[in-house]
Design a protein around this ligand. Structure first.
Ligand code: B12
Length: 136
């Protein structure tokens, strides 16, 4: 399956992004890594261009919260994205807040899978379970 990934907004934390690419490759996904400093339009354009099944967004400095509010509106401008699996993780707020507050908020923004301060392998295991259930 194809995954588009990258770090949203003006966020330059690159280490997790590289690990995500390597880990997805090791699990057999085809990865299109847009890297750091990526804007939402660029993510959706890349999904359309590559025919990706999954969009995996990272945020380390927390600015995803601002950007994510625009997702529903932006996504509605693209065709054929109904089956796209939307996943996000990293530090999903500026400052601190617990996952019980953050996860429902991001689900409401349109994400299927949300991981606030969860390690990458746990997140990718959950993604694989999610895909297995969905394809039953
Ligand atoms: C190194 C670092 C930097 C370097 C980045 C160098 C580079 N080019 O990558 C420099 C010094 C440039 C930097 C700058 C800044 N930083 Co900085 N930085 C860090 C630091 C120390 C380590 C980050 C790192 O690389 N970790 C190693 C990787 C492997 O771990 P990770 O990032 O945590 O990623 C794991 C998980 O988050 C998870 N994950 C990540 N994405 C996803 C996605 C999914 C789907 C899943 C499941 C999991 C997942 O998987 C990874 C592996 O398990 C952290 C603090 C810390 N100890 O984590 C702060 C930190 C991320 N930085 C922070 C901040 C605030 C900044 C600045 C705004 C500081 C400033 N005032 O200028 C700037 C931001 C610049 C910008 N435009 O983005 C904050 C963010 C806080 C927040 N969200 O509220 C942190 C947490 C420090 C802190 N405690 O305040 N930073």
């Amino acid at each position: 399956m194809k995954v588009v990934t990258g770090v949203v907004g003006n966020d330059i934390h690159v280490v997790a992004n590289r690990l995500i690419e390597l880990s997805l490759n090791a699990r057999g996904f085809e990865v299109f890594n847009l890297g750091v400093n990526t804007y939402l339009e660029e993510f959706f354009d890349a999904v359309v261009e590559t025919g990706a099944d999954i969009l995996l967004i990272s945020s380390l400095n927390g600015e995803a919260e601002g950007w994510s509010r625009e997702i529903k509106l932006l996504k509605s401008k693209y065709k054929n994205l109904d089956n796209l699996v939307m996943m996000i993780g990293g530090n999903l707020v500026v400052g601190s807040a617990d996952a019980d507050t953050i996860v429902p908020k991001y689900k409401n923004y349109g994400f299927d899978l949300v991981f606030h301060q969860v390690d990458l392998n746990t997140g990718l295991d959950t993604l694989e379970e999610f895909l297995k259930e969905r394809n039953k």
